[in-house]
Design a protein around this ligand. Structure first.
Ligand code: HEC
Length: 108
């Protein structure tokens, strides 16, 4: 019986931790529009290009949402999105600069 009580207490604590973490994550997601993504190298040309082109349709994505391997593919897909919706498109050099910036600061 005592073991059961201890097990129940441990479960309750774990559930509390999980819920409070999930709650915080949800608040962040809900605040998305108001919360600025923290950008490394804020004054670099690549950061400027990223801000200019990648905020035309949605808020700037956090850099650690993709790995270095995944970012180039994601950018290609976004360029397709831009082409099909008539948004301002980065030229080849700008695209390379944005991709390199994202890759450099990608999720480890
Ligand atoms: C023409 C509008 C448009 C522009 C400009 C745009 N996106 Fe997107 N983005 C979308 C749409 C629509 C989605 C959701 C559907 C999808 O994933 O294609 C999306 C989803 C995303 C996602 C979440 C999906 C995923 O693959 O993780 C990321 C990250 C993203 N965009 C990054 C970028 C980056 C980086 C740029 C700049 C290079 C950019 N976007 C520019 C339209 C755009």
């Amino acid at each position: 019986m005592r073991y059961l009580a201890i097990a129940a207490a441990v479960m309750a604590i774990l559930a509390g931790v999980i819920f409070s973490t999930a709650g915080k994550k949800m608040m962040q997601a809900g605040d998305g529009a108001a919360t600025e993504v923290v950008l490394p190298e804020p004054n670099s040309a690549a950061t400027g290009l990223f801000k200019q082109y990648c905020s035309q349709c949605h808020g700037l994505p956090a850099l650690d949402t993709h790995t270095a391997e995944d970012w180039p593919r994601a950018v290609e897909r976004m360029v397709t999105n831009m082409a099909s919706s008539g948004k301002q498109m980065p030229d080849a050099n700008e695209r390379r600069a944005i991709t390199m910036y994202l890759v450099k600061h990608a999720k480890q």
